[in-house]
Design a protein around this ligand. Structure first.
Ligand SMILES: Nc1ncnc2c1ncn2[C@@H]1O[C@H](COP(=O)(O)OP(=O)(O)OP(=O)(O)O)[C@@H](O)[C@H]1O
Length: 243
């Protein structure tokens, strides 16, 4: 692995909340163009790490490097954060219809109407929600809401896509759809950082797997090094049971 492959690197991260240590990470790197999975039991610190990597949280000790350059915690890093998208377990949507929600990040980035229309159509066809574009977000099912938030995260073709257990609330058919289509939905240049408890998703998509326990990275391995036989099948309530 050469240095240029590390799109994000963290060093000596310490995060405490109310005198409780949430994270203590000496070193962790996100590899460019790969599916970087973060696994671990409930409460092991996966979401906290994702928040720091995606620069949503800057209240920590330690250093983050983006392509080898230190990221300042004092600045808002708006320009850099515009290159990132995050998909949360609980989707939040803006008032209005589905089209408006998917188009919004493109409008904020200054794309013209014609290009916005093309990009929204394209991503909603891929995610199979093109028949919902005119529908108000208040009338969507939970699974449909999550699909809209996935489309909105992907429509900007982010450099890094952060995914925090995005498929947990989807039905079996939708989970299968995403597990089999996710690799096609992201572009080759896109880097994915994915928190997941879904063993099939890990097996099908992961290029790298970092295992977090009580706020510490116990291992960070390439797919070829990881022993998948430990994972079994299905969705695990606690990865601790199986790793
Ligand atoms: N605002 C907060 N105040 C107090 N404790 C917090 C806060 N946010 C997170 N924690 C604690 O930090 C630890 C790590 O939480 P985090 O959400 O990062 O874990 P996780 O691995 O993502 O868990 P899960 O799999 O259940 O989503 C947990 O013990 C949690 O209770």
């Amino acid at each position: 692995m050469n240095r240029g492959n590390k799109i994000l690197k963290v060093e000596n991260i310490d995060k405490n909340i109310n005198n409780k240590q949430i994270l203590q990470i000496r070193k962790y790197s996100v590899i460019k163009g790969k599916f970087n999975f973060i696994i671990g039991a409930n409460g092991s610190g996966k979401t906290s790490l994702l928040n720091i990597l995606s620069m949503i949280d800057n209240d920590y000790q330690g250093t983050i490097y983006y392509k080898g350059k230190i990221i300042s915690k004092k600045e808002r890093n708006c320009e850099l954060r515009r290159r990132f998208s995050v998909i949360w377990q609980e989707p939040y949507l803006y008032r209005g219809n589905v089209y408006h929600n998917i188009a919004l990040p493109l409008k904020l980035r200054g794309f013209n109407k014609k290009i916005i229309h093309k990009k929204v159509k394209n991503i909603s066809q891929k995610i199979e929600i093109d028949d919902l574009l005119e529908q108000s977000v208040y009338t969507l099912s939970g699974g449909e809401r999550q699909k809209v938030s996935i489309a909105r995260a992907l429509v900007t073709e982010p450099e890094i896509l952060f995914v925090d257990e995005a498929t947990t609330n989807l039905d079996e058919e939708s989970i299968n759809f995403f597990n089999s289509h996710f690799a096609d939905l992201v572009t080759e240049e896109m880097t994915v950082v994915m928190v997941s408890h879904d063993r099939r998703q890990i097996k099908e998509l992961a290029d790298r797997i970092a295992y977090l326990k009580k706020g510490k990275i116990l291992s960070s391995q390439a797919r070829e090094e990881f022993d998948f036989s430990q994972l079994g099948a299905g969705i695990c309530s606690s990865i601790e049971e199986i790793v």
